[in-house]
Design a protein around this ligand. Structure first.
Ligand SMILES: C[S@@+](CC[C@H](N)C(=O)[O-])C[C@H]1O[C@@H](n2cnc3c(N)ncnc32)[C@H](O)[C@@H]1O
Length: 195
């Protein structure tokens, strides 16, 4: 959220907002005079978010039920657009990045937080053992459903690399791409600025 570079009174977009965690953080960053729009196409996720929103008492978040690949939003309207743990689940990653870039003002930021493959060889081995071996087992026992816990590592495995994601961001019209690894590269934040 800090990488979005938001200011009081600004306009922010949370894409694949789910239960609105990023949108709520953005709302604090832009203050009551600012505006946050949260887009997701999954009603049950947004319903959970609506309860959080009601508890927060915030009035500057507008929720839009829509596909991130074709957002019913004006061009050049936001200071920043962020997506947290959503890009990996998109059918067309480039289309979503292009949409986020379209709706951001020139000079505004597009920020993508996503799970990634750790870089260090020793940590990567431990991580793979846990992520591909232990986590699905625990999920199967505790949750009695292995599917989501098999999907999670498989989706990280098949998602584009840091370099491929950065190249896609350049392709859709972003510049000055910066990549910040989190927790030894288990996740990464890509930040781009609209030309
Ligand atoms: C793992 S959740 C992340 C939610 C939230 N950003 C967070 O960090 O808690 C992924 C979200 O992406 C949404 N999503 C996936 N594909 C989408 C699409 N094409 N358009 C809109 N939302 C989408 C799902 O509905 C889901 O709520």
């Amino acid at each position: 959220m800090r990488q979005c570079g938001l200011h009081i009174g600004g306009k922010a977009l949370d894409v694949a907002a789910g239960t609105l965690d990023l949108a709520l953080a953005m709302s604090d960053a832009v203050g009551p005079s600012g505006e946050v729009t949260a887009v997701d196409f999954c009603r049950p996720m947004l319903d959970v978010g609506a309860k959080k929103l009601a508890r927060s008492g915030k009035t500057n978040i507008t929720v839009v039920e829509a596909n991130a690949q074709h957002m019913p939003l004006s061009s050049n309207a936001f200071d920043a657009a962020g997506i947290a743990f959503g890009l990996r689940n998109m059918a067309d990653v480039e289309a979503v990045l292009a949409e986020m870039t379209r709706v951001v003002k020139p000079g505004g930021r597009v920020v993508c937080l996503e799970l990634a493959k750790p870089r260090g060889p020793i940590f990567r081995r431990l991580y793979n053992f846990y992520f591909h071996g232990v986590l699905p087992l625990i999920g199967g026992v505790v949750h009695r459903r292995r599917g989501p816990y098999d999907y999670l590592p498989a989706s990280v495995q098949s998602f584009c690399s840091r370099e491929e994601l950065a190249a896609l961001m350049v392709k859709v019209g972003l510049t000055d791409i910066q990549v910040h690894d989190l927790t030894s590269g288990v996740a990464a934040v890509h930040v781009g600025t609209k030309i």
